[in-house]
Design a protein around this ligand. Sequence first.
Ligand code: MN3
Length: 207
Amino acid sequence: MFTLPDLPYAYEALEPYIDRETMHFHHDKHHATYVNNLNDLLKDQQQFAQMEIGQLVRSFNKVPQTTRQKVINNAGGVINHNHFWQLMSPKDEKNQPQGKFQEAINSAFGSLEKFQENFTAKALGRFGSGWVWLIAKDNKLEIVDTANQDTPESAVLPAGRQGHRPLLTLDVWEHAYYLKYQNRRADYIKAWWNVVNWKEVGKRFIM
Ligand code: MN3
C-alpha cells in the first residue's frame, strides 16, 4: 500500500510565497486523492501494490492495459508530489546552489539566473496542466516539461526521455496556485523561486 508522506515542514512554513490554505488543499486533498486512487486501483494486483513508488513508475509497461493509464496518472500524481514537497523549504538566503552542482548549472546554462529564466519560460509555456523539471542523465543537466502527471522517471515516456533523474520540479497545475494567485502563473513561479530547497537539489545531483 502507498502512503501519503507528511510535509517536511509546517503548512505555513512557505508563506508568504505559498500560503497555508493552498498547502492544506494541495497536500491533504489533491496528493491524498492520488494515493487513495492508486491503492484502490491496485488492491487486486499485489505484485504492483507492494512495489516502492519509484519501482512502480519504472514498471508501467508491465501493468495490464485495462488499468494502465489510470495507474500512470495516479502513481505519477503520488511520486511527483513526493518530490515537490521535498524540493521546497522555508526561505533561507544561504540555501543556494554550491560546489559541483553550481558548476554544472553554470556550465549547462551560463549562470543560475539564466537557468531560472529558461526554467521559468518552460513553466509558462506548459499548456494546461503539468510539471517542469530539471533532470540529470549521466550528470548532464536538462530542463524538460511533462503533461498531466507524467514523470521523467517513467518507463513509458517516448524514447530518449526514459529514466531521467529528477533534481528539481515545479507543479504548474492550477490547483498549485489558484487560491492565492488565481490565473497569474507567472507570479506563482516568481514567488516559488524563494522557497526552492537548493540543498536538496544539490544532494540529488551528487548522488
Ligand atoms: Mn499538484
